[in-house]
Design a protein. Structure first.
Length: 108
């Protein structure tokens, strides 16, 4: 491997590190929301897969069905987490794809 090739690889690695850091910062502010039970329970999670909010409709609480409340809460949280995970996975795939593309002026 020639010196220019090695330099280009190092530059590309640095760009990837910068993009990863940017993605991590971006994930701090992202929010993903999902509902269950026709909107009776709503969960909001962060891009870091942390539960930020859980809202349950007052009518569901006043009905006093603890098992239903728990089931709907779990379903809403899991749906929000799935959205967040899918989004993060897509971002990582995009980053990986960008690493595979030849850079302008580089070999390939």
């Amino acid at each position: 491997m020639s010196a220019p090739d090695m330099n280009e690889m190092l530059k590309q690695a640095q760009r990837v590190q910068e993009r990863m850091a940017e993605l991590q910062r971006d994930l701090l502010t992202r929010r993903y929301e999902a509902t269950s039970g026709g909107g009776m329970a709503t969960a909001v999670v962060s891009g870091q897969l942390r539960v930020l909010e859980l809202r349950v409709e007052p009518s569901l609480i006043s009905a006093g069905d603890q098992e239903m409340i728990q089931d709907l809460a779990v379903a809403a949280i899991n749906a929000a987490l799935e959205k967040a995970q899918a989004s993060v996975q897509q971002e990582l795939q995009n980053l990986q794809a960008s690493m595979m593309r030849p850079t302008p002026g580089g070999p390939g």
